[in-house]
Write a protein that binds this ligand. Sequence first.
Ligand code: BT5
Length: 328
Amino acid sequence: MKEEILKLFRNSAGDYLSGESLSTELGISRTAIWKYINILKSDGYTFEASSKVGYKLISTPDILNHQEINPYLSTDYLGNEIFYYDSISSTNTKAKELAGDGLKEGTLVIAEEQTAGKGRLGRNWLSPKFKGIWMSVILRPDLNPIEASKVTLIGAAAVYKAMEDFNIKAHIKWPNDIVLDGKKVCGILTEMSAELNKIHYLIMGIGINVNIGHDEFNEELRQSATSLKLHTGRSVDRKRLTASILNNLEKLYNEFRISGTIESSVEICRNNSILIGRDIKIINRNEEVHAAAIDIDNDGHLIVKHADGTTESIFSGEVSVRGINGYV
Ligand code: BT5
């Protein structure tokens, strides 16, 4: 009912709605309307009330639940169902649990804060409350498990496009980072449950530093991480950005579902790559190799050229890539 009341206010283009009209429209008593308005107030919505003309919605809270994201979503299935948490250990862990219970492709888990956010290979992911977008999507692609890393590129391309919608020009650092001003602003963690030749489900976890301030990063991250707010100098609307990522993700993922190719995503990753044309370090467990990044092929592999002139195609798996002198 809360969502239906909000919908009426959103459609009223900032006008007052009387208790009576709300009551008639929704088929509940005026006392019930008044109760719901009070609940919405305690959720962080503000209303102007006038005894003559009724209520006007003044502002909505900066939270990422279904009722706040849905008005900006144009997807068919991504984000239809949203599991929203004020605080959680890791949205990826929760999404895995839900996927194991059989929840549908497109189901989204989103939290205002993660207390044990995960990076790749057991690394940590800083996820302070209300300052970022910490979310995981359940996907069920019909794909051989060795090709799962392709999906990470679709995620990176979607985040890139969403930032572009906000006039923010980022770069993609293959395979799973988005970079601004030479620093990491977003990381993607794709995890899966599979048999030898069949994926049961895949979880795409996306973490974006939206409104994190300089002081909220620890000493180490200050060198390598940034946020959209630090880059633009102003707060960025997390709801619209979340919806824009999902809108872009569904488009790019649909191409893949229908044709099996990730060409549009690869093109975005290739054209906006921070690595191509640079000398890089490829770190695989304890081994470190220097090479020149020269391309990303249509399957999403990074093509590098070694000092002896041979080329190699690298698929993300467990490798980390760094610039010769630092993060990029
Ligand atoms: C990643 O790992 O970049 C994947 C991050 C995925 C986070 C999302 S949030 C929603 C979902 N739920 C989760 O639990 N995770 C996903 P990797 O490439 O391994 O990078 C991890 C490294 O990035 C760490 O070792 C730090 O050095 C650095 N790091 C940690 N937190 C950061 C942050 N907020 N911003 C930038 N860098 C960070």
